[in-house]
Design a protein around this ligand. Structure first.
Ligand SMILES: Cc1ncc(C[n+]2csc(CCOP(=O)(O)OP(=O)(O)O)c2C)c(N)n1
Length: 414
């Protein structure tokens, strides 16, 4: 998206504005998908500056009609594609259920990833399970793909007595060590430097593992993003820096963080890092891009910046009302379609899926999510909390409890 006008008529200061605001009719006819540059797939160890066409064009493999195109098609088996569809649908069904439960007062807060499922699921499927992910709060699809039980996600969001984090983190700030899913912090950007540090340690120890960090495009305006890129570049850290450009940072449009750059991916070029801008609603392209970047990282080529070009179909969180700042119908008008529909169409085109199977899968997943919710609800919700031993607040934070906490616990007599 480009900005439409400079609203600042009081001075020469340029203040960018989004193309569409409430009351406008969203029209993306300026984006001609057939005219976009679809760059070929270079060798993963190519010189970083050779990826300039990839950082400013768009890596794609799946056309909107379900057919594949070009060198980035990872040529996955139908079984793998069906698995991907299942993980993406499960993520969406869980999101919808949790949103509804939040509206019923069962949890305080939730964040959906609707429209962005391909990014998380393709990442998890393209990486090794031993690779560590440093996520933001919109990659729950990674947990679904790595097989974290849905009931555990729900227990965390309900902060109930079965919550493995014992209520220490707000809902959606998951931390799942055995799934290689680093603790999500509410402070945006912190995970970027943590990921690079972790990757540097892997290189130091020679473990051949890769770190994968995620930020929204808005948070790339934080210093942490730039520090992370600098360290990643200097030490050739085996890390993938993912920027999920879903066009909106709550009510702030992407142009505020982008400035005059041609893309978020092109930020990486300035640090001498390989950089790819990928159609984030194209499961095949995301998978292929992550494979490419991980191959580069594992073979000593260092870090890659991947911008996932997508659209946040719904509100930022349960506390947000996007109709206050976005034009009605923007999500429907988004020219890159919906990632789940696109993968479904692809499977149908291959003769490996049909609508009946799709409907049956949704029924199955909804039943699983309903059952999981019943189990989680029995452990307590915001509306009907169960007693949690206050002593748990002192546990699972430090490996060895520091003296000041020991003293505080004694003072409380627990
Ligand atoms: C350091 C910091 N600044 C501000 C916030 C408040 N905040 C939470 S989410 C958010 C928007 C982030 O947008 P973006 O990075 O584009 O990610 P998205 O939500 O679109 O996935 C803001 C400003 C915060 N949590 N931490």
């Amino acid at each position: 998206m480009t900005s439409r006008k400079n609203t600042s008529n009081l001075s020469n200061l340029y203040v960018p504005e989004p193309e569409f605001r409430p009351g406008d009719l969203p029209d993306y006819s300026n984006i001609n998908l057939n005219k976009e540059k679809w760059p070929d797939r270079p060798d993963p160890l190519v010189d970083a500056y050779e990826t300039e066409p990839h950082a400013t064009g768009l890596v794609r493999a799946l056309k909107l009609n379900g057919e594949t195109y070009g060198q980035w098609d990872p040529k996955l088996s139908p079984d793998t594609l069906r698995q991907a569809l299942r993980h993406m649908l499960l993520t969406r069904v869980v999101d919808k259920r949790m949103f509804a439960m939040q509206r019923q007062g069962k949890l305080s807060f939730y964040m959906k990833s609707i429209g962005e499922e391909a990014i998380a699921v393709a990442t998890a499927m393209a990486l090794e399970d031993t690779d560590m992910v440093f996520p933001s709060y919109r990659q729950q699809g990674i947990l679904m793909t790595r097989g974290w039980p849905v009931v555990d996600l729900m227990n965390q969001c309900l902060s109930n007595k079965a919550d493995k984090l014992q209520g220490k983190a707000i809902p959606i700030c998951y931390s799942v060590r055995d799934k290689g899913f680093y603790s999500i912090s509410g402070n945006l950007g912190t995970q970027m430097i943590q990921a690079v540090g972790w990757a540097m340690a892997c290189a130091y120890k020679g473990t051949n593992e890769v770190a994968s960090a995620f930020t929204g495009e808005g948070a790339t305006a934080e210093g942490d993003f730039h520090y992370a890129l600098n360290f990643a570049s200097t030490y050739r850290a085996p890390v993938i820096i993912n920027v999920v450009n879903n066009q909106w940072a709550i009510s702030t449009f992407q142009g505020i963080a982008a400035g005059q750059s041609r893309s978020f991916a092109s930020r990486g070029l300035g640090f001498g890092l390989a950089s790819l801008r990928v159609d984030g609603n194209d499961f095949l392209a995301v998978y292929a891009a992550v494979k490419w970047a991980s191959e580069r990282a594992r073979n000593g080529g260092g870090a890659t910046v991947i911008e996932h070009f997508t659209y946040r179909q719904e509100g930022h969180s349960t506390s947000d009302d996007p109709s206050a700042y976005r034009a009605k119908g923007e999500a429907e008008a988004w020219p890159f379609g919906d990632p789940i529909d696109r993968l479904k169409e692809h499977l149908i085109k291959l003769g490996e899926w049909d609508q009946e199977q799709q409907d049956a899968l949704i029924v199955e997943l909804k039943a699983h999510v309903r059952e999981s919710y019943k189990k989680a609800e029995a452990m307590g919700t915001l509306a009907s909390p169960t007693e949690i031993n206050p002593a748990t607040m002192f546990e699972q934070v430090f490996e060895e409890m520091p003296t000041h906490l020991r003293r505080q616990r004694q003072e409380l007599g627990i």
